[in-house]
Design a binder for this molecule. Structure first.
Ligand code: BGC
Length: 738
């Protein structure tokens, strides 16, 4: 019996190998190299170090084969020199992978990723990532640590700026776009490997405090946090970074379940897995590893290939292989993943860059045009009483700390974009309206406290319209920059109030790294345009929007809260057993009211149940109307496609673009399902008065989710579907899945 089983297994294995894919040229080259490498050379490939200053400081380690990748060098001359040492002075001439955090542009800076998500325009985002790759690869960067795919449901978390917000579907579409953009649809010398990060759940840090623990149960992980990563893997993302957080006690860098079982096993990812900066070493701080050797072993066992800055692999793996604690085959698997990327990027054929050409592509006119377009599409109009677009011939007062803040409008993670290239709103307005613009800053930086605004107020009285540029400095969001208070910082709200008191129309133009709590400020302005830090060309983009040369079309990629105490609040929450049904607020409660549990539902006594703006919200200078929403059938099978038809009309007097959004609710599931989930969106541009009938094909399979039995499937039952301009509008149509 035992023999028969073994025989069958062997026969099957031989068949599987002979029928399997033939070894690709890439794998041949990788295997060939691997067969010539010593154990030390292999482990050297698994080491990534940060360099800077003199090349001579690191030349020895590279020459000795102790480095597979470097980060933080952008000087093309030095990069060529590092490569020369690796290619010409090491035994096997394996080139280095040169990495950098190119997060939203290299020299030309685009809106921060949260702003890019607000465009709901994956095609444009792909273009933006392509530009970033063209500029960065020209200087020798062939690996970017982007895109960040962490779902963020809590705006206190500073890194909400770096992702696509709260929705897994939008995040997945942005992820694919960035992967295609960075890596190029076809590989050439401008291809830059994308690194999807941070795997996984990092955005769910407790209380929004960066690096904090997360507690994401399996189904939530699979239904919300993992889908963007899976989409990016399917789009061909070459590399992935593990995150800092521990989920339910297990730090990601040592998490076999997510890296080995899900990423490698279920999704078949054969790319490179790198740790975050010292996240291997931090497993000791987590109390999950005893010391560096233990951390290195746990990371390797989890499926990590490259160590960023712990020196855990380079310091300890050799000894562990010699003692038999670690198998050399584990090292081989990691090195294969690393070499494969180097081969795919063509680094063996073209390790060097043309230094003279490198500078020419930076800030190219078409790159600046893409920066302006993306900044235009990313701005969200939150309020307008008709003050916008601005009429011609007005005397304009420009004020506020963000009016002329060339460094701060670039946003977080800007290492390479120079502020000397930034066009601020003030500069753009002065060019657009010569002689009509007065500038009185009021506050010179966002954190400034001031109690007297008499000079600005006097200037406002002499103007026809006030443009107040407010927000937060770039340093207030991003990594390690979480906040517990999300109101406009410093005295900005007071400034706005003082301006409003003049009776003049006041337009608030906000630039920030997150959705701030701006409810009271909305009351103190006639119109509000919200830009997440808009980048190099933010000024002209905002001016085009203010004047109406461009029509706002951005939509909120994340829920805007009324007060920070509502966090976390997001549109795709579960229904709960007691959904809000309009109960009393604190102001309506009588004195000495008696305790009762009648009508108790899920809401805040002081702030109710709703946010300030729902996910997907944004106004335009025109208006849109949805009608005739219908489905081609009422019942579907799991393999069918739902044919959705609706008519969108531009009912206003100017051309505009609407982001039409399709949401679905699965009424009953084996586990409680979200009240709504985004399943499709598209940007539709219509002339004034135009209407269009739009058809959307939605595969029933897109309704699948991980349920009680842990498998992903579409569960039969009743569903509701909305087509609307945001996540809180529209009336549902119903259908059933058999
Ligand atoms: C961040 C990563 C980044 C890395 C390298 C870390 O602190 O979490 O997102 O890619 O540094 O700069």
């Amino acid at each position: 019996m035992r023999l028969t089983k073994q025989f069958l297994f062997l026969t099957f294995a031989v068949l599987a190998i002979s029928c399997g894919r033939k070894v690709s040229d890439v794998d041949k080259k990788v295997n060939d190299l691997l067969s010539q490498m010593t154990l030390q050379e292999k482990i050297g490939q698994m080491n990534q170090i940060s360099v800077g200053g003199d090349v001579s400081n690191f030349a020895g380690a590279i020459r000795d084969g102790q480095v597979g990748s470097i980060l933080n060098e952008v000087d093309p001359v030095k990069i060529n020199e590092y490569q020369r040492i690796a290619v010409e002075e090491t035994r096997l001439g394996i080139p280095l992978l040169v990495a950098r955090d190119v997060i939203h542009g290299f020299h030309t800076v685009f809106p921060i990723p949260l702003g890019l998500a607000a465009t709901f325009d994956p095609q444009l985002v792909e273009e933006v990532a392509r530009v970033a790759a063209i500029e960065a690869t020209a200087q020798g960067i062939r690996w970017t640590f982007s895109p960040m795919l962490d779902i963020a449901r809590d705006p206190r978390w500073g890194r909400i700026a770096e992702g696509s917000g709260e929705d897994p579907y939008l995040d997945a579409r942005m992820a694919e776009a960035m992967v295609y953009g960075y890596q190029g649809r076809t590989s050439d010398s401008t291809s830059m490997a994308a690194c999807i990060k941070h795997f996984v759940g990092y955005g769910a840090a407790e209380g929004g405090r960066d690096y904090n623990s997360t507690l994401i149960p399996e189904n939530l992980l699979r239904n919300v946090y993992l889908p963007p990563f899976e989409a990016a893997v399917n789009a061909g993302a070459m590399t992935l970074m593990t995150s800092f957080n521990d989920n339910d006690g297990v730090p990601s860098t040592g998490n076999k379940h997510v890296v080995k079982e899900i990423l490698r096993g279920e999704w078949g990812f054969d790319g490179l897995v790198v740790t975050d900066w010292n996240s291997m070493g931090e497993m000791i701080n987590h109390g999950f590893a005893e010391d560096r050797p233990d951390a290195a072993k746990k990371a390797l066992e989890a499926g990590v290939d490259m160590d960023m800055m712990t020196y855990g692999f380079i310091g300890h793996l050799e000894e562990m292989v010699r003692s038999g604690e670690v198998k050399e085959s584990q090292i081989d698997a990691a090195v294969r993943n690393i070499l494969r990327i180097k081969v795919k990027l063509g680094l063996f054929e073209h390790p060097y860059i043309n230094v003279e050409a490198a500078e020419k592509v930076q800030y190219a006119p078409e790159h600046l045009a893409a920066a302006q377009k993306s900044a235009e599409e990313s701005a969200i109009l939150l309020k307008n009483d008709g003050t916008l677009p601005l009429k011609e011939g007005l005397r304009i007062l420009v004020t506020g700390p963000m009016a002329d803040a060339p460094h701060d409008q670039l946003g977080t993670w800007v290492f390479d974009g120079e502020k000397s290239h930034t066009v601020t709103p003030l500069k753009a307005l002065q060019e657009r309206f010569p002689g009509k613009v007065t500038y009185v800053p009021g506050l010179t930086y966002s954190r400034q406290e001031r109690d007297n605004f008499s000079d600005v107020v006097a200037a406002a009285r002499r103007a026809d319209v006030v443009l107040a540029f407010l927000g937060e400095e770039s340093i207030l969001s991003g990594e390690a920059h979480s906040l517990a208070d999300l109101n406009l910082i410093g005295s900005q709200s007071e400034l706005l109030k003082a301006l409003r008191a003049t009776g003049k129309p006041v337009v608030a133009s906000i630039m920030a790294g997150r959705p701030l709590t701006i409810e009271r400020d909305l009351e103190n302005c006639s119109a509000m345009l919200y830009s997440f830090h808009p980048g190099t060309m933010g000024g002209p983009a905002i001016v085009n929007l203010l004047t109406g040369e461009a029509n706002p079309s951005g939509k909120t990629p994340v829920t805007f809260l009324r007060t920070v105490g509502q966090a976390p609040m997001y549109y795709n929450h579960n229904m709960t057993g007691r959904p809000y049904s309009g109960e009393l607020l604190m102001k309506d409660i009588a004195l000495e009211a008696g305790q009762t549990s009648l009508g108790n539902t899920s809401y805040y006594l002081d702030y109710g149940a709703y946010p300030l703006f729902p996910f997907g919200f944004g106004l335009s200078y025109t208006s849109f109307e949805y009608s005739g929403i219908s489905l081609d059938r009422q019942e579907y099978r799991a393999e069918d496609t739902i044919g959705i038809t609706f008519t969108l009309a531009n009912t206003g007097s100017r051309e505009g673009t609407e982001v039409a959004q399709v949401y679905v609710r699965d009424l009953v599931g084996s586990i409680a399902r979200p009240v709504k989930e985004l399943k499709h969106f598209e940007r539709i541009t219509l002339a004034a008065g135009e209407s269009r009938t739009v058809k959307v094909e939605l595969p029933v399979s897109s309704l699948a989710f991980f349920g009680l039995d842990g498998s992903r499937k579409v569960e039969p039952g009743k569903f509701q579907l909305w087509v609307a301009g945001d996540s809180a509008s529209g009336e549902p149509v119903e259908f059933e899945v058999e």
